[in-house]
Write a protein that binds this ligand. Structure first.
Ligand code: FES
Length: 201
């Protein structure tokens, strides 16, 4: 679960920066004028991105005005979907998949590393205020299990050692390469070259 609890501490104001405003306008153009409220989810996502991974109530209010929608309708969307955080999660938000395929491939060990390195309890910010972790349901990368998502990137084929290395590096503000940590290309089998060699032998 993501942090669905609405933060007790809220900024008074929110406004898209000029860059994000441009992106918002581009998104709105994808919809007929009369259906511009269909842009509510990408705009909430944009607000979350601008605001260090969480959506304050001021942003919900701002988007409701931006799309001429009742505040409650935007609030309902923001509180319903698990990808929207309503409390601070830190600059680096780690989501560890613990659904069955990841679990039988060692997701519990990734959770253990998160507890050791970030915070004992999920949904708690690390001591340096930069990072938090949470368990989530399937993120659609089961073939590369176990995996975790950091902000927008997927880190796959993990074990305790690789997960620890990735987390330690973000504490130094260094983002390691996403993708497979067993050297696979996308979802192709391991030792692909060897397999292809056998096929053509
Ligand atoms: S079960 Fe973990 S990504 Fe699907």
């Amino acid at each position: 679960m993501s942090l669905k609890k609405v933060s007790a501490e809220q900024p008074k104001q929110f406004e898209f920066s000029s860059n994000f405003k441009k992106i918002a306008e581009e998104i709105i153009k994808r919809y007929p004028e009369k259906n511009k409220k269909s842009a509510v989810m990408p705009l909430l996502y944009l607000a979350q991105k601008q605001n260090s991974n969480w959506i304050p109530l001021a942003a919900i209010k701002y988007i409701s005005k931006y799309l001429s929608m009742p505040y409650i309708n935007v609030y309902e969307v923001a509180t319903f979907y698990s990808m929207f955080n309503l409390s601070p999660v830190g600059k680096y938000f780690i989501q560890v998949c613990t659904t069955t395929p990841c679990l039988i491939r060692g997701a519990d060990k990734i959770v253990k590393i998160c507890k050791q390195k970030i915070s004992e309890k999920e949904n708690s910010i690390s001591k340096n205020g930069e990072c938090s972790w949470t368990e989530v349901e399937c993120l659609g990368a089961c073939v590369n299990a176990p995996m975790m998502q950091i902000n927008e990137d997927y880190y796959e084929d993990l074990d305790e050692k690789s997960a620890a290395k990735i987390i330690e590096s973000i504490f130094q503000d260094k983002i390691l390469k996403p993708g497979s940590y067993r050297g696979r290309k996308n979802t192709s089998p391991e030792n692909l070259k060897k397999i292809e060699g056998t096929k053509h032998a």
